[in-house]
Design a protein around this ligand. Structure first.
Ligand code: DAH
Length: 340
């Protein structure tokens, strides 16, 4: 039996040196200390030892058992430490490495301009109204004092859906819809997409407009000028001035074309203003009394002004873009340059 104990010590000492992980260690432990393990078998074998040798033998067996238990415990500790170190090593984070940046998008220049114009008029008490893009001939033309067969229809090459419905060619329809549903005082701003059968460097079949309408008692062209002056200063530079030139729109009387002093050269003349010192930005006027009548508003009591501008045009002026098609190609190299 003593020999057997010595053999167990030798074999276990050699075996434990081969163990690489805790699973193998557990298996080895079972081999010796498990219920049917070799050391346990020795304890059971005590029965066959003569009574006088039994105490001494029993002591030896329990010494081997304690020694083995201690050996397994220590090895387990060492393996645990080794495994943890390996994990630390493999999961180590290099805090000096540059961080990965998530790419952020930017607003499209037309949306930036839209947002800025809304902010500007919002500050002057305008409400936002958005109308439908498929519109009735009535709202797009007739109620705006452009009857069927009127030559003014040629000013806007329109996409008709049916005889009655069309893709709106201007946001001016919103004026009618608002005035039909709301009595003065009215002060609205109406952004939206519009459509015309046009396509070149300064025209696109779909583009964006921003319409403004103010109706109340005693509104005059001077109010229009005052509001637009403020808009020009906020949207471009403090020094920017406006100039009204006579024009024609069926829904306004008188009608004007509004120019801004060139924000680039301050009016001296440059490439952007084509040497004139002025840039045309919008159409406007005093609301034609027939339009008010069409909406059930008494033109002898109320007057108003309206204006309409193209957002692509404003973006092109503001950012010095010379071809409108750049705004629709969606080339991120171009779009990335505009930060809100
Ligand atoms: N709707 C016109 C256009 O698309 C622009 C315009 C001119 C709007 C005069 C107005 C206005 O409200 O009063 O060309």
């Amino acid at each position: 039996m003593q020999e057997k104990l010595e053999e167990i010590r030798r074999a276990l000492s050699a075996g434990i040196g081969q163990v690489q992980d805790r699973k193998a260690l557990f298996e080895l432990k079972m081999k010796y200390l498990g219920k049917t393990g070799e050391i346990s078998a020795l304890s059971k074998g005590m029965r066959d030892v003569s009574p006088e040798d039994r105490p001494a033998m029993g002591k030896l067996v329990s010494e081997v058992r304690s020694w083995a238990e201690e050996l397994f415990a220590q090895t387990e500790e060492t393996l645990k430490k080794r495994e943890l170190e390996a994990r630390y090593k493999s999961e180590r984070v290099d805090v000096t490495m540059p961080a990965r940046f998530a790419e952020t998008g930017t607003l499209h220049p037309v949306n930036i301009v839209r947002k800025e114009i809304i902010e500007c008029f919002d500050g002057m008490g305008f409400e936002i109204y958005e109308g439908p893009e498929i519109e009735k001939d009535y709202y797009n033309f007739q109620a705006l004092n452009i009857p069927a067969d009127h030559p003014a229809r040629d000013m806007q090459d329109t996409f008709f859906v049916t005889e009655e419905f069309l893709l709106r060619s201007q946001t001016s329809c919103g004026q009618i819809r608002v005035m039909e549903s709301k009595k003065p005082p009215i002060k609205i701003l109406s952004p939206g997409r519009v459509y015309r059968s046009d396509s070149d460097a300064t025209h696109s079949p779909m583009f964006h407009q921003m319409e403004g309408l103010v109706v109340d008692k005693g509104i005059t062209l001077c109010d229009l000028k005052g509001i637009l002056d403020e808009f020009a200063r906020r949207m471009f530079t403090k020094e920017t001035k406006t100039r009204l030139r006579p024009s024609y729109f069926p829904f306004t009387e008188p009608s004007v074309e509004v120019d801004l002093s060139c924000h680039n050269c301050g009016g001296k003349g440059c490439r952007i203003c084509k040497g004139t010192g002025w840039i045309e930005i919008l159409g406007a006027g005093v609301v034609n009394r027939r339009v008010l009548e069409n909406c059930g508003i008494d033109p002898d009591v109320y007057t108003g002004f309206a204006f309409g501008m193209g957002l692509e045009r404003i973006a092109m002026i503001k950012y010095g873009i010379n071809d409108m098609r750049y705004l629709f190609e969606n080339d991120v190299r171009l779009l990335k340059q505009f930060k809100d």
